[in-house]
Design a protein around this ligand. Structure first.
Ligand code: N2P
Length: 376
């Protein structure tokens, strides 16, 4: 089993050394910090911040925030590796970060500007160590999983008595055919989708064998006729409104869909399932592009998000777990006690971390993904 907490010895020690406090920092006293002014350009995932936090940041610092969003690592990586994005802060996932570092596309962080690093959970930092050795370039924001979001009643009607606990629900064409009429969405995210498709096939989700990707492509091609859309963010509203009944999606996004349906009182009941065969856990990280116009403001924002009460509010909005040990007690109990948001140790055993592909394998995976998207 590719357990999440496997083989962490040296990595954990390195990460702990990297984030252990040299001096004792109390919570960064924001009121006392001088107002910096200027502008901060952030490029982050959609549905991934409480807008009230941006307002609070501007109020405290005088820094005006321009906040743009994306919904795919592939889009972000293409932009950041090209350079000249105009952004001060971007938020890639763990497996993307080594390519950013290798390309010189992001800059080392100035840890003296980041009080609060010592609050980061040692186990999460241990997971980051292979991606960002010495924690030089990246600070964790949120983590989550990939799973199945579904409309409880619509699916029960079409698959009576079937437990939605297996990737077969979304990858077995016979099952999927029964769900076609109520609407199925898949993520448009090549690396994420291949990781779970390989896992469904019982293959290494981090395989470097081309034939494994061919097999995953064959699986996806057979599922494709029953997929209404490949999209990485529209499924939140589509699930919440009852427009679709199943989505392969990111955990917190599905939990947000569930909350939106409850809020709308539309009787749509949404659930999230991490398949029994296992799934990917990912970590999204704050990084600063090499040519960021205002790296000081970017550090200021990361420091703001390192404050336990702030990052707890962020988790309450996004329904994703954050990496701040001091924040867990401040997170809404409905979220921190939900294993879909904060996986239990038992669940963690089923999760795997996606490793980094080199450019050649990435090109091959993206070529095959285009085939899945276009159907030929
Ligand atoms: C936020 C989704 C983040 C997911 N809406 C993938 N890293």
């Amino acid at each position: 089993m590719r357990g999440l907490f496997k083989a962490l010895g040296i990595a954990a020690a390195l990460a702990l050394a990297a984030c252990s406090p040299k001096k004792t920092e109390t919570a960064a006293a924001p009121a006392a910090a001088p107002k910096a002014g200027g502008e901060l350009h952030i490029y982050n995932w959609s549905d991934y911040i409480d807008p009230a936090l941006l307002t609070q940041f501007t109020k405290e610092t005088g820094i005006k925030v321009t906040y743009d969003t994306f919904d795919s690592n592939e889009v972000l990586e293409t932009k950041v590796l090209q350079g000249n994005t105009g952004y001060d802060l971007v938020v890639p996932s763990n497996h993307n970060v080594p390519r950013y570092i290798a390309a010189g596309a992001i800059q080392p962080l100035d840890k003296s500007q980041l009080p609060g690093l010592d609050k980061l959970a040692p186990d999460v930092m241990a997971h980051m160590a292979p991606f960002d050795p010495g924690a030089k370039y990246a600070v964790p924001y949120m983590q989550g999983t990939i799973g199945i979001g579904y409309n409880i009643d619509a699916v029960a009607k079409r698959l009576p008595g079937v437990k939605i606990d297996s990737w077969a629900v979304v990858f077995d064409p016979k099952t999927l055919a029964k769900l076609k009429d109520c609407g199925v969405y898949f993520l448009d995210a090549s690396e994420d989708m291949y990781a779970v498709a390989l896992n469904d096939l019982g293959k290494d989700p981090n395989s470097h064998v081309a034939a494994d990707y061919d097999a995953a492509t064959a699986l996806l091609m057979k599922a494709r006729p029953y997929v209404r859309k490949f999209h990485s963010s529209e499924y939140i509203d589509a699930l919440a409104n009852g427009d679709i009944c199943v989505a392969i999606g990111y955990s917190g996004d599905v939990l947000q869909a569930k909350a939106r349906a409850v809020e709308a009182k539309n009787k749509v009941r949404i659930a999230y399932s991490i398949p029994k065969e296992g799934s990917q856990v990912w970590f999204d990280l704050f990084t600063i592009p090499k040519d960021a116009p205002n790296p000081v403001a970017a550090h200021r924002f990361i420091a703001f998000m390192l404050r336990p009460e702030i990052i707890a509010k962020a988790s309450n909005f996004t329904q994703y777990a954050n990496a701040n040990s001091a924040a867990t007690a401040l997170v809404d109990p409905a979220i921190r006690d939900d294993p879909n948001a904060y996986p239990t140790p038992e669940l963690n055993k089923r999760l795997f971390v996606t490793t980094t592909k080199d450019q050649a394998l990435l090109r091959e995976v993206n070529r095959q993904w285009t085939k899945v998207l276009t159907g030929h």
